[in-house]
Design a protein around this ligand. Structure first.
Ligand code: MG
Length: 425
C-alpha cells in the first residue's frame, strides 16, 4: 500500500470518527487503487514500414525477430498501457538502437510507475549469404561454407508467363519487402516454359522477369532458385541446356544461386527419362559453373524421391533432389517416403510447398514444418501472387511493390509469414 492510500485512509478514518456517514471510505479507496495501475500491455516498433512485435516479460520488452544489421533507428508504432496511465514514450517516438532505452509507465495520479528495459535484437551479419556463403551438398545434407547444415525459409514467386497474373510481383521491391518483413532468406523465380506466354513463346520477357528476381536477391544477399518451371522438360532438353548455360555464365560465380532444372515431372520414368535429361543439363552447367547446387525434380510432381534415391546421379557433385508437398494432399506417408530417401543418402530440397489454404489452423503444415526443421530442409512456399486461390500470399489487388500490411495478407500469407519470421533464430 503506498503512502497516498495510507494518507487517504487515515483522513477518512478521522472523518468517520467525527461523523456518522462512513459510506465514502470504500469509494475513495477503490478509485485510487484503479488509478495506480501503470502496466505496459503491448508494444510495436516499426522499421521501414515493417512492424516488429514485442513481447513483455516483467520489466523487459523484447523484439520477436531481429532487425537488419544496418538499422540505426526504430520508431514507436503502437503502445498500449493500462487506463489512467501515461508513458514516457509516445507513438512516433524515434529510438536509437545503439542506446539502452528505458520506458516509464506512470499512473495518472503520479503515484506508481513501472520501468521497462527495451531489448533490441539485431542480426550479426549483413545478409544470409554473407553468413553462410556457397551452399554445398554433403551426404544427405545441404551445408554452408563452414560445413554446417543449413535450413532456409522463403517464397516462390508465381509463374512468369505473360498474362498469368503473377508477373506484376516480379520486382526488386518485393524481394526487399520479403527479406525485411518476412525474414525470407531464399526466393524462387519460377520461369514457366511450355505453356501459353511462357519461355518458349516469349524468351526475352520471361527471362527478364526471372533476372529481376535473381539480380535483386544477389543485391539483397538472399539465396535464389533459378527454376525451369516445367512439367515436360524432357521434350525440350536443348532449350534447357541453352538457358542454363546462359544462367551459369551470368551468375555461376555468385554463392546466391541454386539451379532447379526441372520443377515437376509428371508420371514419367526416373531411370529412363528424368535422369538422362538431368545428366545432359548438369553436364552443360558444370562446364561453366563447377560448384553451385543443382536441384533435380522427381517423378509425379516431385514426390517420388525414393526413385532418385535408388538410382542417384553420380556424374557430378552438389546435386540435390526436389520434394514438393501440399498439406491438403500430402501427409505422413510422404514424410516417411522422403525420410527413407534421405536415409539412403540423397539430399532433398523443398523448392515448393503449399498450405491447406484459407485458414491459419493447419496442423498438417505444422507437422511438415517441424519435420523440415528436424531434418534441416530448406523450403519455399507457393506463391507470391494475388490470384484468388488458397495458396496466394496476398489478397487480390495488393500493392505490386510489396509493403503489405496485415489486412492485405491472405490466411495462407499470414501463416507462411509467421513461419518465415521465426525460422532463422
Ligand atoms: Mg559457382
Amino acid at each position: 500500500m503506498n503512502t497516498k492510500i495510507i494518507f487517504i485512509l487515515i483522513t477518512n478514518l478521522l472523518f468517520c470518527l467525527s461523523c456518522s456517514s462512513p459510506t465514502t471510505i470504500d469509494e475513495e479507496i477503490i478509485d485510487i487503487t484503479k488509478s495506480n495501475a501503470s502496466q505496459l500491455i503491448s508494444f510495436e516498433l516499426e522499421y521501414k514500414q515493417s512492424v516488429f512485435n514485442c513481447t513483455i516479460s516483467d520489466n523487459e520488452v523484447i523484439m520477436e525477430r531481429n532487425l537488419p544489421l544496418e538499422a540505426k533507428e526504430i520508431k514507436v508504432k503502437a503502445i498500449t498501457i493500462s487506463s489512467k496511465a501515461t508513458s514516457s514514450l509516445k507513438i512516433g517516438s524515434v529510438l536509437s538502437i545503439s542506446n539502452d532505452q528505458k520506458l516509464m509507465v506512470t499512473a495518472e495520479d503520479g503515484v506508481t510507475n513501472n520501468k521497462y528495459n527495451l531489448s533490441f535484437k539485431v542480426n550479426e551479419y549483413t545478409s544470409i549469404v554473407d553468413k553462410h556463403g556457397l551452399l554445398q551438398v554433403n551426404g544427405n545434407k545441404i551445408v554452408d561454407k563452414n560445413n554446417e547444415a543449413v535450413s532456409l525459409a522463403g517464397n516462390s514467386f508465381f509463374w512468369t508467363n505473360n498474362n498469368w497474373g503473377g508477373l506484376k510481383y516480379y520486382k526488386a521491391s518485393v524481394v526487399s519487402w520479403l527479406k525485411l518483413d518476412w525474414n525470407t532468406t531464399i526466393v524462387r523465380a519460377a520461369m514457366g516454359v511450355e505453356d501459353d506466354g511462357g519461355y518458349l513463346n516469349d524468351k526475352l520477357a520471361n527471362k527478364n522477369r526471372l533476372k529481376i528476381i535473381v539480380d535483386a536477391a544477389i543485391d539483397q544477399g538472399l539465396y535464389v532458385i533459378i527454376d525451369w518451371h516445367s512439367h515436360h522438360a524432357e521434350d525440350n532438353t536443348d532449350e534447357a541446356v541453352e538457358f542454363f548455360k546462359e544462367m551459369a555464365t551470368l551468375y555461376g560465380n555468385h554463392p546466391n544461386i541454386i539451379y532447379e532444372i526441372y520443377n515437376e515431372p509428371l508420371d514419367v520414368s526416373w531411370d529412363t527419362t528424368i535422369k538422362p535429361y538431368a545428366e545432359t543439363v548438369i553436364s552443360a552447367i558444370r562446364a561453366i559453373d563447377p560448384d553451385n547446387i543443382i536441384v533435380v525434380g522427381t517423378p509425379e510432381w516431385s514426390q517420388k524421391v525414393d526413385e532418385a534415391a535408388n538410382n542417384p546421379i553420380t556424374s557430378s557433385e552438389n546435386i540435390a533432389y526436389t520434394l514438393h508437398f501440399y498439406s491438403v494432399h500430402h501427409k505422413q506417408w510422404l514424410r516417411d517416403k522422403a525420410k527413407a530417401a534421405m536415409d539412403k543418402g540423397i539430399a532433398l530440397f523443398v523448392t515448393e510447398w503449399g498450405t491447406i489454404g484459407y485458414t491459419q489452423n493447419d496442423p498438417e503444415t505444422a507437422s511438415w514444418m517441424k519435420w523440415c526443421k528436424d531434418n534441416n530442409l530448406s523450403h519455399c512456399s507457393w506463391a507470391v501472387n494475388d490470384k484468388v486461390e488458397e495458396w496466394s500470399i496476398v489478397k487480390e489487388g495488393a500493392n505490386s511493390n510489396g509493403s503489405w500490411i496485415d489486412d492485405k495478407l491472405t490466411e495462407s500469407g499470414k501463416l507462411t509469414r509467421s513461419i518465415n519470421r521465426k525460422w532463422q533464430e
